[in-house]
Structure formats: C-alpha cells, structure tokens
Design a protein around this ligand. Structure first.
Ligand code: FE
Ligand code: FE
Ligand code: MG
Length: 171
C-alpha cells in the first residue's frame, strides 16, 4: 500500500473507494468477456466491421481491468479474486448474447457502455479534488467508454440505414 500516496486523499473513505473500484473491476471483466464472445458469434450484414470494433473494445476493457486493479492494490485493497464475485459485485451485469444478429449484438453492447459511462461519471464526481490519482484513472476510462458508445452507435446507425436502403431498392 502506498502510505504517503494514500495520505494525500482528502475527505474520502478509502475503503469505500476500494469497494466501488472493485465493482467497476467486475464490470470490466464481464464487459471484456461480452465483447470477446460477441465477436465470435456475431452474424449478419457488415459483420466484419462489427468484429473489428468488438475485438478492439474487448482489448480496451481488459486494459481497464488492469488499470482499476492496480489502483485497488495501491490503495491497500485486494482486487476480486474469484470470477464468481464478478456477478455479485457488478453494476452493469452481463448481457448474454441471445440473438446473434449484428444489430442486436450492437444494441446489447451500447446498453453496457451507457451503464459504464454512468459508473465512471459517478466515480469521477466522487473523487474530483479529493483523490486525484483515482480521478485521473477513472477520467481516462470514462473517455474510452464515451468513445465506445459513439463507435457502436455510429456502426449501428450505418448498418440500419444500409438495411433500409436495400429494402427501398427491392420495393
Ligand atoms: Fe471499460
Ligand atoms: Fe467500454
Ligand atoms: Mg472503438
């Protein structure tokens, strides 16, 4: 644990920060796996573009899990040690892909990103001016999650527009 490093945290309960970071840590692993498996099972029109995006997001979520777990350790906490705990600690849950169609897969993922944005926005509000190091990490992650939502939404809109155009041309 970083003693001097933790002494600069002002007016916040460090155990509460650790608990919240562990919840975000559970979210990141579940998000990682969701993207990993979505990229494997996705079907349908323009699926190659979707696979590239889903794979990139999986890598980002794993990188987030790394950042969050390193910060938990610095604060003197222990990152969740058992994958079973991901389901009891998660904020955003896990959206099992039921319909493998690319549009459904993208919609499931957009929901997850919107939840992640709320989680990291709340963490940024909590730590701003109080725990600068955690604030910096959660702000970086928040920017990635905003980018993720935008990438998925843009792809979703392109695909649905393309489908609409095809239908128009058939009629
Ligand atoms: Fe993430
Ligand atoms: Fe994300
Ligand atoms: Mg992206």
């Amino acid at each position: 644990m970083a003693r001097r490093g933790n002494s600069i945290i002002k007016g916040l309960d460090i155990n509460d920060i650790i608990t919240r970071l562990n919840k975000a840590y559970a979210d990141e692993w579940l998000a990682y796996y969701q993207y990993f498996i979505e990229a494997k099972v996705v079907k349908g029109i323009m699926k190659d573009a979707a696979i590239a995006e889903l794979d990139q997001h999986a890598a980002d979520e794993l990188r987030h899990a790394n950042l969050v777990s390193d910060r938990i350790l610095q604060l003197g906490g222990t990152p969740l040690l058992n994958p079973k705990d991901w389901f009891t600690h998660t904020n955003c849950g896990y959206e099992e892909p039921k319909d493998f169609d690319v549009v459904s897969i993208l919609e499931d993922s957009i929901k997850g990103e919107q939840c992640a944005i709320s989680v990291y926005s709340d963490l940024a509000d909590l730590t701003r001016d109080k725990d600068i190091v955690t604030y910096d990490i959660v702000s970086q992650i928040l920017a990635d999650e905003v980018e993720h939502e935008e990438d998925l939404q843009a792809l979703h809109d392109d695909i649905t527009e393309f489908i609409t155009d095809i239908k128009k041309n058939i009629n």
